[in-house]
Design a protein around this ligand. Structure first.
Ligand code: GLY
Ligand code: MN
Length: 462
């Protein structure tokens, strides 16, 4: 946790922005796996963490803007709970670490909300993403389940996004701890991989490095020889000579800030000639994206710089043809890069995605519907304090290739005979974490993840 002044100050800013009414923020509950006492690891809601710092299940908080009151609702452990779980700080003790001095039992929350509704006061809440919080909101605010998301407060969403998206120095320090640990996870995997191992063995080593530092991972590990599948969570394959291995994994700091890195490396000690060519193309796109990072310039330009680089390289390699700018405008590059070049990162690996990409990444502007561009999570101008990933990739997805070829989709830009030679290539992604400063972009982390062919092969040969 940060000092209580941090949370007090954050709430002060939020309260001022909302102006009147009540702000209701729900914490997360334990999440059962197969029966109530056998749970997934507990993860507090990030907005709750941001404003209160209290990392404990089954809490809710109210900021009564009109009456200058801030209350955390929760129940202390009973003796039965203590017998099984051990003694715990009281909710009052936990709340005071976040500068909150009023704590009430959970049952009082309904009373307060029903009273507020009777008085026709506005209750601002965020769209819930967990079913138990949907149920709670339904009962607390007498909402029909179908209307819960729609009646959430856009004013609160925008206020939270505007505040959480600008990272303070103490947040950056925490993110850098997560990034450094993520680098260790990647380097650990790069040292470990050998033909004959399973993807699961590599994923286990990556997880072990995070857990040994008493940290969790910021999202499920992607450790695969089928890197063409963007979010491939299957770990059942055996690695063989000639395969490319794609690792996308990040640690979460003890304060729950995310790191998010991707690496691609050969299962052998060196890349094949073909792998090296495509790997260099992906690095060129990565550098093009970094080169396009400019304060107050839209991240959409960064993405398009990567797209243009990939289309240019594909043309040089003979897989694409025609005018590169026209190809990118038509979305032809998306055959190889069907997703975005990056996303915001913070307490969530895709920061605040639960509040809506259109607010987090677009400031309310509509998103493109074009294949590829529609998956770009961040497009708005980059401000000082924004933290985001840079992760263009090159993917050969046989199902997508076959579909576009059979439909003749954007045929003028493709040499299908050449493209089909790569149908079993897989996918490549390198990912790093950046922030925007008043002087331009800064790569986050004090440790550097190997990236060039030479750096990667040096580790693989070691
Ligand atoms: N690292 C997973 C993702 O960015 O979607
Ligand atoms: Mn990412």
């Amino acid at each position: 946790m940060f000092s209580k002044e941090t949370y007090i100050q954050r709430r002060k800013i939020l309260t001022k922005k909302i102006g009147s009414g009540l702000i209701l923020l729900m914490g997360n509950d334990e999440s059962p796996m197969n029966y109530a006492d056998n749970g997934y690891h507990f993860r507090q809601d990030s907005t709750f963490l941001y404003y209160f710092g209290v990392d404990f299940p089954a809490l809710a908080a109210v900021i009564d803007v009109d009456n200058d009151r801030q209350i955390i609702f929760g129940n202390d452990y009973t003796i039965d709970d203590i017998v099984w779980m051990g003694p715990q700080p009281t909710i009052t003790e936990r709340a005071s670490e976040g500068g909150i001095h009023q704590v009430l039992p959970t049952s009082e929350l309904a009373t307060m909300m029903h009273e507020a509704l009777k008085q026709d006061r506005e209750v601002h809440y965020l769209p819930p993403y967990r079913p138990e919080n949907k149920l709670k909101l339904q009962h607390l605010l007498f909402l029909h389940p179908d209307h819960i998301a729609q009646k959430s407060s856009l004013k609160l969403i925008r206020a939270v996004v505007n505040q959480r998206e600008l990272k303070s120095d103490e947040e950056i320090r925490d993110i850098e701890k997560a990034v450094d640990l993520s680098v260790e996870m990647h380097v650990g995997a790069m040292h470990l991989v050998r033909p004959g191992m399973t993807e699961a063995q590599v994923a286990a080593r990556v997880y072990e490095i995070a857990r040994a530092a008493n940290c969790e991972i910021s999202f499920p590990i992607i450790a695969t020889i089928n890197g063409q599948t963007l979010h491939n969570h299957y770990h059942g394959n055996v690695l063989k000579s000639g395969d490319l291995f794609l690792l996308d994994a990040g640690a979460e700091s003890i304060n729950h800030y995310a790191g998010d890195l991707s690496s691609t490396f050969p299962v052998d000690a060196t890349f094949t000639a073909q792998q090296k060519v495509v790997y260099e193309m992906s690095l060129k796109a990565h550098q093009a994206a970094i080169g396009a990072l400019v304060l107050n310039v839209p991240f959409r330009n960064v993405h398009l710089a990567a797209c243009k680089s990939i289309a240019t390289s594909m043309k040089e390699l003979g897989l694409m043809k025609g005018n590169v700018d026209e190809a990118v405008a038509a979305g032809a590059h998306a055959l190889f890069l069907p997703c975005g070049t990056g996303h915001m990162m913070g307490l969530d690996v895709h920061d605040m995605e639960n509040l809506g990409e259109v607010w987090v990444g677009y400031d309310g502007e509509p998103k493109s519907t074009q294949f590829g561009l529609k998956s770009l999570r961040l497009a708005k101008p980059l401000k000082q304090g924004h933290v985001f990933t840079i992760e263009p990739g090159i993917y050969f997805i046989p199902e997508l290739m076959d579909k576009w070829q059979s439909e003749g989709h954007l045929n003028d830009f493709f040499n299908w005979t050449e493209i089909q030679k790569f149908r079993n290539f897989g996918g490549i992604r390198n990912e790093e974490d950046y922030m925007m400063t008043e002087n331009g972009p800064r790569r986050l982390g004090t440790k550097v993840k190997p990236k060039t062919v030479e750096e990667v092969e040096a580790i693989r040969k070691g």
